[in-house]
Design a protein around this ligand. Structure first.
Ligand SMILES: [Fe+2]
Ligand SMILES: [Fe+2]
Length: 439
């Protein structure tokens, strides 16, 4: 929906559908507004005496519930106005202590105290850097800036409806269906499971940028899906009904959930192993292979002059992903070194095998018959070839000895500088691509 940015509260611009009227105030909101507020002074440290009525509710709600419903209607409403008095009192006490504690200047941080995880240096102080390369990643990431609206998609609309064969439309739709779900998972992984565990701000700052980029990628797929006129509900739901897509998402979700649990403790060696293996999976396989290789069926169309706008959109995404992969792998290697961790070879082997089996099934679904210049065998073999590269970068043994470079054009395709001369979809010059390095 478009907003009038001069006055975001003003009426929508002409031709823009209005938001619905706000819903009437609900009962729970009224309760929230009228709920008792405890005074937050240091004298409130002791909870009030428990009344007989409150005591009867203890088994379910605990002893210090602020309000006891007076009516049946209130009783059935959510407890939006409930305030646990001990929490309020403790917070008040902390504020009181802080206010009365004289300020003592602290000594400068020692960057050597920084560690990727389990560090002891002040997380709020950026410099001196211990990991200047992480800051460089952030600077470089800001040089690859675009939005999907910058790229002309008019020819893609015509190509999809008039020039693509049914098997090519199948490839195009499913690549988007897989990628859009994957990018949301990637955003959640880095934003919710990884970033909070970093103990050096220069690492978190690049990851904050990465979270933004993953959401930009999601917008890009949505823009392609909407512009082409695909059935959005059906495309977004596809990962829930196509087992070969679902399997890859399920594997990613499993590793994400394993490290998002609240009781994970990175000073525990088993938990540490699980975290590093999960991060290695996301950087080396989920992004490093499945994403890197996931764009290539559309690039194959692009090379034939089809769906060139989408191809260029994916090239911009590819640039971000190459940096995500390089950064993630570097962080994993840093953790392995700092924490003196060696990944369990059997678990690593199982990780590669599971990823390969999922990718092989996906390639069979995606390409039951080859399209011109691209087959399921190409896709599968390229996964194995790229997996060997990621393993070497992670300092691991190659999992698929002898794998061939089935798509020798893929690395060049990811390089916008090379391809830009004969793409005519974008009128503005790419700003600073020459500064980026490629793996
Ligand atoms: Fe992404
Ligand atoms: Fe990514």
């Amino acid at each position: 929906m478009m907003l009038n940015w001069d006055d975001p509260l003003a009426a929508p611009l002409p031709g823009v559908q209005s938001r619905p009227e706000p819903a009437p105030v609900q009962q729970e909101q009224k309760i929230a507004e009228s709920a008792p507020v405890y005074r937050t002074t240091a004298t409130d440290l002791e909870p009030p005496p428990v009344t007989e009525k409150e005591s009867a509710n203890d088994a379910e709600h605990g002893p210090y519930q602020a309000a006891t419903p007076a009516t049946q209607e209130e009783a059935s409403a959510p407890q939006a106005g409930t305030i646990k008095q001990p929490e309020v009192a403790v917070a008040a006490h902390r504020r009181e202590v802080a206010a009365n504690t004289p300020f003592t200047p602290m000594s400068p941080i020692n960057p050597e105290d920084k560690r990727v995880i389990n560090g002891m240096a002040d997380i709020n102080q950026l410099a001196p850097f211990k990991y200047p390369w992480a800051w460089e990643f952030f600077i470089n990431a800001n040089r690859n800036h675009w939005t999907p609206l910058d790229i002309n998609m008019a020819q893609d609309v015509h190509d999809y409806h008039h020039n693509l064969k049914p098997e090519e439309r199948h490839v195009y739709e499913n690549v988007l269906a897989y990628l859009t779900t994957s990018d949301i998972l990637a955003m959640r992984n880095i934003g919710l499971a990884v970033m909070e565990k970093m103990t050096a701000p220069e690492l978190q700052i690049y990851q904050a940028r990465q979270v933004y980029e993953e959401s930009l990628h999601t917008w890009t797929y949505q823009h392609c899906i909407e512009t082409i006129g695909l059935d959005q509900s059906e495309i977004y739901n596809r990962y829930r009904v196509v087992p070969e897509i679902n399997q890859k998402i399920r594997i990613g979700n499993r590793r994400l959930n394993a490290i998002m649990r609240p009781d994970i403790d990175l000073r525990n060696r088993d938990d540490l192993q699980e975290f590093v293996l999960s991060y290695a999976f996301f950087a080396g396989i989920f992004e490093g292979c499945w994403f890197y290789n996931g764009f290539s069926p559309v690039f194959a169309l692009q090379r034939r002059g089809l769906m060139k706008g989408t191809g260029e959109q994916l090239q911009y995404i590819m640039r971000d992903e190459v940096m995500h992969i390089a950064f993630g792998i570097r962080v994993v290697r840093q953790i392995l070194q700092e924490e003196n961790v060696t990944l369990d070879p059997q678990e690593v082997r199982a990780m590669w095998d599971e990823a390969e089996a999922a990718e092989a099934a996906y390639s069979r679904y995606l390409l039951p018959q080859p399209i011109l210049g691209y087959s399921q065998e190409d896709h599968h073999e390229q996964f194995r070839f790229i997996a060997n590269r990621r393993a070497r970068q992670l300092g691991l043994d190659e999992p698929f000895s002898g794998a061939k470079n089935a798509l020798p054009w893929l690395d060049e395709q990811s390089n916008m500088r090379k391809e830009k001369n004969f793409f005519e979809t974008r009128v503005t010059e790419y700003q600073t691509g020459g500064a980026l390095k490629w793996d």
